[in-house]
Design a protein around this ligand. Structure first.
Ligand code: ADP
Ligand code: MG
Length: 680
């Protein structure tokens, strides 16, 4: 429907310039945008509860008949209070509204409506305050729930989407070729678009979602195929001798079996005929650094140079220190290269790298700066990979002469998803933690208990520990709100923690400022670090024992798990406090799930099931196209199917020349234009 993407949103009946601005705020500019604005959720209005069964404190949907005339009174402050009651076979419920003088006209005596709202115990009768309602005959069995912005109601979006769908041409071409649709039992695009928005049942919504997600994943896979150089390059840095055992004897601990296995897989690669391209996935604390250093040791002993790239200055420093420590006495020269070095220092480091005197180069993206000339770069390691863009990674790889690459990620990605994202990258998994790790106690609380949590934090700080507090999630549409919201939170925090030392860290700060704050926290000069999720990347402050996360329901579970991994790194018992007021059952279940397990892979699987691949990495740096159809529930198979279908197409028509693949080709191109791909 290219033309609908060029048709401005004001062409829709009922949307004028003013309303259009509100839609623009949601990123919706064209009729096509609106059609692709999939619901974030659905309300199944058929899930009635009887008045009798409605539970106090819970959100309920009740079908009841108005049995009193509504009475309007004026209360203190001039507010209008409108009260009435409604009944079903099992009981009566009190209904209260504020400041809506139309209620008595909207809710007519003797007529039946469906109400949705939280039940509160009134005086004897259960009560709903300002419930949503809909008359019985207007009832859509399943109502889409869209993301909103201030000034825009669900009703308005629903109406606009319905109008937009009417503008679809009668015959829509489906980018997924017929035979693939048939083979994987997918519905037609036309059905999918109509039913993703206005299904008559949840089953219909699922059928539609499946089809749409399938396409997005297939396009992603096709796109990544184009991006990646599929041809394996021959091994120009062959390892002839394995020094892993020798390295292991330098360690103060013995390696876990998972570490040994990963090391031998990677050494095997580097001894083989092709350049290594390996992803190491390991939960926080699984000991990825030791793996990386072991491999580096072998490479260096075989005459090569190693570059190790960390996403932040702090991490680079930390790695440099621990690597230096490990390699003490081996005669291997380790250098640190970051933007923080003075010109003179840099010059010295550059010279050492070029001469080959420096064997192990640890740093930030400075290690790929133009000025650096390697002597014999054989292995490139990138830590916390999903923080780097694809360009940075390839720039580093281009520095040398087809060096081996090792990518380390602490975000466990379920295998199914990893295959789509990383394609033919080989994967090793560190699924075992070194012995003796303590479990981080995790609690889910609501904001009523925040004060108690603060006291808990104080108690620990008074004993010498430190704490992280991660602050509210921010709508990405409001560009500056991250700072504002942290500021707002500081208004609660500062009076509460009078006399304590609080540092603030957020993504809008300059790198040097961030590093300075982190440095102070690391050194114990701050008691509390109030931060946005920028703290999730592997900083290591063993003295901090509490991670408190506000609005926890807003994060992906893997992200929460990652944040939680910031504590429990030292000898002290550590705690994670998840604050959430969400009443949503799914959210509650998710938080319960993370409180109940410390296995990152289990958490990842769970998250993938619940939220679908699009949400998997959190929205900010996703790299996956925004698959707006989030909840895939039991449908992880779709990942596998989409990959298989894409691979079939690639096998027959790698350049997507066949006319029946033309639309897929266009979609693939669009994927990269938006700069979406960040993950490789
Ligand atoms: P991550 O995988 O999160 O990067 P690190 O490499 O930072 O984990 O390792 C976490 C800690 O565990 C480090 O202090 C490291 O020295 C230690 N460690 C790594 N491997 C082992 C092991 N096999 N036995 C005991 N401690 C280990
Ligand atoms: Mg690490």
């Amino acid at each position: 429907m290219p033309s609908l993407f060029e048709t401005g949103i004001t062409n829709i009946k009922g949307i004028g310039e003013k309303k259009a601005k509100l839609f623009n705020k949601l990123g919706l500019w064209s009729v096509g945008d609106l059609i692709k604005f999939y619901p974030r959720n659905y309300l199944d209005w058929n899930k009635f509860t009887s008045v009798e069964d409605a539970e106090n404190g819970e959100v309920a949907i009740i079908k009841a008949t108005i049995d009193t005339k509504f009475v309007t009174t004026r209360v203190k402050g001039g507010k209008l209070l409108i009260k009435g009651t409604a009944s079903d076979d099992t009981g009566t419920i009190r209904l209260t509204f504020f400041n809506n003088k139309y209620i008595p006209n909207l809710l007519k005596y003797g007529e039946t409506y469906v109400f949705r709202g939280r039940i509160q115990g009134g005086y004897g009768l259960p009560e709903m305050t300002s419930p949503e309602f809909i008359s019985e005959e207007k009832l859509l069995s399943v109502q889409p729930v869209y993301k909103l912005t201030e000034g825009l109601t669900q009703r308005a979006v629903i109406t606009a989407v319905a109008e937009a769908l009417k503008m679809l041409p009668e015959e829509i071409k489906d980018p997924i070729p017929d035979e693939i649709r048939k083979k994987y039992k997918l519905c037609h695009l036309s059905y999918a678009l109509n039913n993703i928005h206005f299904p008559k049942s949840m089953e219909e919504a699922d059928i539609a979602k499946n089809r749409l997600v399938f396409e997005e994943l297939m396009v992603l896979r096709l796109g990544l195929y184009k991006l990646r150089n599929q041809v394996k390059s021959s091994n120009l840095h062959k390892i002839t001798k394995d020094y892993s055992e020798e390295f292991a004897s330098l360690l103060p601990f013995s390696l876990t079996n998972a570490q040994k296995k990963t090391i031998s897989e990677a050494v095997g690669d580097m001894m083989g005929n092709f350049t290594m391209n390996r992803l190491v996935q390991g939960d926080v604390g699984s000991g990825k650094t030791a793996v990386a250093v072991s491999l580096s040791y072998t490479v260096i002993k075989n005459g090569g140079q190693v570059a190790f790239m960390a996403p932040t200055e702090i991490l680079a420093n930390q790695h440099y220190e621990s690597i230096n420590n490990l390699l003490k006495g081996t005669g291997i020269e380790v250098v640190l290269l970051t933007g923080a070095l003075t010109q003179a220092e840099k010059k010295k480091v550059y010279a050492k790298i070029e001469s080959g005197e420096a064997k192990f180069i640890v740093g930030t993206h400075a290690v790929i700066s133009e000025r650096v000339v390697y002597n014999n770069l054989s292995l490139v390691i990138t830590d916390e990979q999903h923080r780097f863009g694809v360009n940075q990674r390839s720039a580093l790889a281009e520095k040398g002469n087809s060096p081996h690459t090792l990518v380390m990620s602490a975000t466990p990605i379920p295998r199914t998803l990893a295959i789509i994202i990383y394609g033919d990258l080989d994967i090793s998994i560190l699924n075992e933690l070194p012995p003796g790790r303590q479990k981080i106690e995790t609690y889910v609380i609501d904001s009523n208990k925040r004060k108690r949590a603060f006291s808990f934090i104080k108690k620990h700080i008074n004993e010498g520990r430190q704490a992280y507090i991660v602050c509210p999630y921010i709508e990405e549409s409001e560009s500056d709100s991250e700072i504002m919201s942290l500021e707002k939170y500081m208004e609660i925090l500062e009076p509460e923690f009078m006399g304590y030392r609080i540092g603030v860290l957020h993504g809008k700060m300059k790198n040097s400022e961030k590093d300075e704050v982190m440095e102070r926290f690391s050194k114990g000069e701050l008691d509390i670090l109030a931060a946005t999720t920028v703290v999730e990347v592997g900083v290591d402050v063993p003295n901090s024992t509490i991670m408190m996360i506000e609005n926890a329901e807003n994060y992906g579970l893997s992200q929460l798990h990652q944040l939680r991994g910031r504590v429990g790194r030292g000898k002290y018992q550590s705690y994670c406090i998840l604050v959430s007021d969400s009443e949503n059952d799914t959210s509650k279940d998710r938080l319960k799930a993370i409180a109940g397990t410390s296995d990152g892979f289990k958490i990842a699987e769970y998250d993938l099931k619940m939220r679908g691949p699009g949400d998997f990495f959190g929205e900010r740096q996703s790299g996956l196209p925004q698959i707006k159809t989030a909840s895939l529930m039991e449908n992880v198979n779709i990942l596998h199917d989409a990959q298989e279908a894409a691979d079939e197409i690639i096998a027959k028509d790698p350049d997507l020349i066949d006319p029946k693949h033309r639309m897929l080709k266009t979609a693939t191109k669009a994927l990269f234009k938006s700069g979406g791909i960040m993950l490789l």
